[in-house]
Design a protein around this ligand. Structure first.
Ligand SMILES: *Cc1c(COP(=O)(O)O)cnc(C)c1O
Length: 388
């Protein structure tokens, strides 16, 4: 693949991933480990990330759809995979055939899946999803819904086409430190535990895998680790908790200076003339724009990192290019690398500037940006998601 042509790429440091995994493993002690690799592993490349997790002995993976699960199966990933989102019932046969675990989110779907599994002559492995306050998917179990919710879960446990291996819930604010959020998270966890106790008592079924700890809960609420933790962002070394735990960013997004020009004072730069030079300005052009995943809302408000220091980004970010001010950085030359975010320019800071979360920035790195995989400082693989 000769596709560093445009000279913007994402370096995926698989050693950092292995480091993060081992730190997290130590942090959670006896609990099993599910790595969340949905959305192409938050933009890092699900196949590569999953292969490493499989090698390191992780217990489970989670994706959002059957397509994401099949991509992993087609690329040598044999470990258990849980689909967190919806799968049409017509696909139940494929789930069984490829040993893919499905989340069950309500009574109607449990019935549908069980019927279809029986029709296929197989058993579908499932994890029951409990809605304890996220108000998205899952058996509603709070307040007046407790009894009906538990009944529904018990019913699923005895359906002929289903093998209920696990039960899980999802936190809404486990990553927020304020008192209200802490109380909410604890209430969600307490409800989850009560639902499990009631369902196990009523049905006699034992849930082998009880899990609820996403990134915030894995980092801050050890009581929620139960049988298995389920972090995503932490693995990729992004976010405030990753910093606290000594994790390393897995993705470093880089570009190169393609052109440098000098402008006289009073020259306007890029669409909309948002920036005008107030001195003789040495301006670099990077082949990196919003079609690569840069947020146009960051125009004229952020800095990118050169070898010699931060360079302010100037003017509107274009589809394929952006400009950086190199006046104070005369050492930076055409061809030099510029870090968009990663080890030296934190994705957390850039996300905060854009008024969003780091998840959105790594997920936004687009398909025309090649991923370069590194291990022991060596390039082990290159991937370009374009068709040619
Ligand atoms: C995405 C997701 C996670 C992982 O969340 P992080 O905040 O990245 O740790 C865990 N569980 C479910 C159900 C999810 O959808």
């Amino acid at each position: 693949m000769e596709s560093t042509l445009r000279r913007t790429w994402a370096e995926i440091d698989l050693d950092a991933l292995a480091h993060n995994y081992s730190v997290l493993r130590r942090h959670v002690g006896h609990a099993k480990f599910l790595g969340v690799v949905k959305a192409d592993a938050y933009g890092h490349g699900a196949v590569q990330v999953s292969r490493v997790l499989q090698e390191l002995g992780a217990d489970y993976l989670a994706v959002s759809s059957i397509d994401e699960a099949m991509e992993l199966r087609a690329n040598g990933v044999t470990m258990p995979i849980l689909i967190l989102g919806h799968t049409p019932k017509e696909q139940v046969g494929r789930l069984i055939e490829h040993h893919i675990t499905q989340a069950i989110t309500c009574h109607a779907k449990a019935l549908e899946y069980s019927e279809e599994a029986v029709r296929c002559g197989g058993t579908l492995t499932v994890h029951i999803k409990v809605d304890t306050g996220m108000s998205r998917l899952g058996y509603l179990c709070d307040g007046d819904h407790f009894s009906t919710g538990v009944d529904g879960i018990c019913a699923a446990c005895s359906m002929p086409g289903l093998s209920v291996e696990g039960i899980f819930t999802h936190f809404a604010v486990s990553d927020e430190p304020d008192e209200d959020s802490v109380a909410y998270t604890k209430a969600q966890f307490s409800l989850f535990c009560r639902v499990i106790d009631a369902a196990q008592a009523r049905s006699g079924h034992h849930f082998a895998l009880r899990h609820c700890a996403n990134t915030g809960a894995t980092a801050c609420y050890s009581e929620t680790h139960l049988d298995m933790v389920r972090p995503g962002l932490l693995l990729y070394g992004c976010g405030a908790f990753a910093q606290k735990l000594g994790l390393r960013p897995v993705m470093t997004l880089k570009s190169t200076v393609s052109t440098i020009k000098f402008y006289a004072p009073g020259t306007s730069v890029s669409y909309g003339r948002l920036f005008t030079t107030d001195r003789t300005t040495r301006m670099g052009v990077l082949p990196y724009g919003y079609a690569d995943g840069f947020f146009r809302s960051l125009s004229n408000r952020c800095s990118l990192m050169t070898e010699y220091g931060a360079a302010p980004q100037r003017g509107k970010i274009c589809m394929d290019m952006c400009m950086i001010d190199l006046t104070e950085l005369p050492q930076v030359d055409v061809g030099d690398e510029v870090e968009i975010f990663g080890k030296r320019n934190s994705v957390n800071d850039l996300a905060a500037l854009a008024g969003t979360i780091p998840y959105e920035l790594t997920c936004a790195v687009s398909k025309r940006v090649p991923r370069i995989y590194l291990r022991g400082g060596q390039v082990t693989d290159r991937e370009l998601l374009l068709r040619f």
